[in-house]
Design a protein around this ligand. Structure first.
Ligand SMILES: *[C@@H]1O[C@H](CO)[C@@H](O)[C@H](O)[C@H]1NC(C)=O
Ligand SMILES: *[C@@H]1O[C@H](CO)[C@@H](O)[C@H](O)[C@H]1NC(C)=O
Ligand SMILES: *[C@@H]1O[C@H](CO)[C@@H](O)[C@H](O)[C@H]1NC(C)=O
Ligand SMILES: *[C@@H]1O[C@H](CO)[C@@H](O)[C@H](O)[C@H]1NC(C)=O
Ligand SMILES: *[C@@H]1O[C@H](CO)[C@@H](O)[C@H](O)[C@H]1NC(C)=O
Ligand SMILES: *[C@@H]1O[C@H](CO)[C@@H](O)[C@H](O)[C@H]1NC(C)=O
Ligand SMILES: *[C@@H]1O[C@H](CO)[C@@H](O)[C@H](O)[C@H]1NC(C)=O
Ligand SMILES: [Zn+2]
Ligand SMILES: [Zn+2]
Length: 503
């Protein structure tokens, strides 16, 4: 067990205080745990209780205030893009939509409205920074997969309002590199990384030391981007702390940086945080990736809560965008053994990569098999693998999913889908006026509540975006693209099988 669950004990020791405010919060933090359904919370709590041999609650258990309904405009089961747009713009839209409505027209977001009102703004995530959730808060495009366009808008280059983000942290550097670079994910020659530095004054960094040079937010200036990885940042269970800070470290650093800068300039801030990869492990049926990203989300939520105790001008709301995987605890009847998960050191994706290496190497068949038993199954904490299970590996559509499901079956858990589900998810909050959100709400109401608390007006922003005709044209789908996207319900499922993690 390489992870401590001391967060749990720390949470219990905290008094349940809510900032005694009569006014409005000055700053807002919205924290999105992507793909975190109600069963995921029980799953992580039960594991923490087993590890600690005690009955404890998770930090977020103490911050629960309500439920959120998540359906999109075109389906009862939302994706991350429609959900992010619902939170950011306060409108229901179609799956795949980034900051646009059902007619592909741009909608002003809370982050943009904040920026136009002189606030400082931040996006801090563990997926690619160009992924659907952060994109929905700061950019506009008909399809979430247009990540190069999203990157262009994030730095201010193709955004009609100019640069609207002051600090961003997350993965996805490949979308900032020209196609001549072997790591590039773009199909044009734009060197966005350099352009951001020279034309838009960004400090663009990748090295862990550059993050550390922010000194927990005491140093550093805007605009600042820390993008350490080409693709998503690592799952918490696989993270190399020499290369990548944790989500908690990034969240606290961003909070301090935004707080210092906004006090210097007598303004407010809006910060979007995301525990992005809880969702990816749900799609991948990987209990280990899911578990440790959830525990890290809890650590980060506790850190934000403690920060707010010292800064009661700031309020926090947190809610997933949707459930993922249809996680069930107790399959078959009444079985659910968290102890089984304690022996795995890293994610199923990590052991699937080891499997690929073993298979690619010129070992004898019997050496191959013993290495697979030892390094792949054994590493993942499956010590009594059967010969049928070993044989199944070579025909599995995804080795990572196959491994995850074998461990899950031994733990007594199961997933019913490779996609999202339509169940309500939990709303968490802390600080000034958040208790007003008690109850069951549409995701759009969550966004509208934060907007009203900050005294912002999204319609004004929509009007400004709409006034730019060339922009409105640019973000429309190609003539043959509309129908294709709108009814591509199997989207998330397909990309999972292609081994690409896009959710
Ligand atoms: C777990 O806690 C119970 C009750 O506090 C105690 O009796 C038991 O010995 C503990 N088990 C372990 C493995 O520490
Ligand atoms: C419209 O938006 C584009 C970015 O897409 C920007 O380059 C251009 O300057 C804007 N036009 C006006 C008139 O603001
Ligand atoms: C970049 O910084 C320079 C010097 O501070 C300033 O004059 C310029 O307007 C800035 N450019 C942008 C796009 O913010
Ligand atoms: C693989 O190893 C065997 C025996 O060690 C050897 O005969 C064979 O040439 C090797 N094949 C390759 C492609 O290296
Ligand atoms: C392997 O061991 C687990 C306990 O860790 C047990 O529940 C499971 O039935 C065993 N599986 C096989 C195939 O022996
Ligand atoms: C687990 O769920 C899958 C569907 O994803 C189903 O096919 C399978 O039978 C379930 N396993 C058990 C043990 O119920
Ligand atoms: C929205 O725009 C109107 C008209 O331009 C303006 O009077 C109002 O102050 C704006 N509201 C906000 C919150 O920016
Ligand atoms: Zn999502
Ligand atoms: Zn997803």
């Amino acid at each position: 067990m390489k992870f401590s669950t001391t967060i749990v004990a720390a949470a219990m020791a905290l008094p349940m205080i809510h900032a005694a405010h009569h006014g409005k919060p000055k700053n807002y933090v919205f924290f999105l745990p992507d793909g975190y359904g109600p069963a995921s919370e029980t799953f992580a709590r039960d594991y923490a209780n087993w590890v600690d041999n005690a009955t404890v609650v998770l930090p977020v258990d103490e911050m629960a205030i309500g439920y959120v309904r998540t359906k999109a405009s075109d389906t009862l089961v939302t994706d991350s893009a429609a959900a992010a747009t619902a939170y950011a713009c306060g409108i229901k839209t179609y799956n795949g939509a980034i900051g646009v409505d059902d007619d592909y027209l741009p909608c002003g977001t809370i982050l943009e409205a904040a920026k136009l009102n002189g606030f400082y703004t931040g996006l801090v995530v563990t997926s690619r920074i160009t992924h659907a959730s952060p994109a929905g808060f700061a950019t506009h495009i008909w399809d979430r997969d247009e990540e190069a366009d999203i990157a262009d808008q994030l730095v201010g280059y193709a955004h009609p309002l100019g640069r609207v983000v002051d600090v961003m942290m997350g993965g996805g550097k490949c979308f900032f590199l020209p196609q001549s670079d072997e790591d590039s994910c773009r199909d044009d020659d734009i060197d966005l990384w350099s352009l951001a530095e020279t034309e838009y004054n960004w400090t663009m960094t990748s090295a862990r030391e550059s993050f550390d040079s922010l000194h927990n937010g005491e140093s550093g200036d805007f605009p600042f981007a820390f993008i350490p990885t080409m693709g998503h940042m690592a799952y918490e269970a696989d993270r190399d702390p020499q290369l990548e800070p944790s989500l908690t470290e990034m969240a606290v650093t961003a909070l301090n940086l935004l707080d210092r800068k906004s006090k210097e300039d007598d303004t407010s801030f809006f910060l979007f945080l995301e525990a992005s990869r809880i969702d990816h492990a749900g799609h991948g049926h990987d209990p280990i990736g899911h578990l440790f990203d959830i525990l890290e989300y809890n650590r980060a939520m506790l850190a934000v809560k403690q920060w707010i105790e010292e800064h009661d001008d700031t309020a926090l709301l947190s809610a997933a965008d949707h459930e993922c995987g249809g996680l069930t605890l107790g399959v078959p009847d009444y079985a659910w053994y968290p102890s089984v998960l304690a022996n795995a050191e890293r994610t199923s994706e990590y052991y699937a990569a080891i499997y690929d290496e073993i298979v690619a190497f010129n070992y004898t068949e019997s050496d191959k098999e013993s290495l697979i038993v030892d390094k792949v199954f054994g590493g993942f904490g499956i010590y009594n693998v059967t010969s049928e299970e070993i044989a199944g590996l070579s025909v599995a559509p995804s080795v990572a999913i196959y491994l995850g499901e074998i461990l899950a079956a031994r733990a007594g858990i199961n997933w019913s889908t490779l996609g999202h589900t339509g169940v309500d998810i939990t709303l968490f909050g802390y600080g000034c006026n958040t208790e007003k959100m008690v109850g069951n709400h549409e995701n759009t109401e969550v966004g509208m509540f934060m907007t009203a608390e900050l005294g912002l007006n999204l319609k004004n922003v929509t009007k400004m975006l709409m006034a730019n005709e060339s922009f409105v044209q640019m973000i429309q789908p190609p003539a043959d693209g509309k129908l294709l996207k709108r009814f591509q319900v199997d989207h998330e499922h397909d990309v999972m099988h292609a081994g690409i993690h896009k959710h």
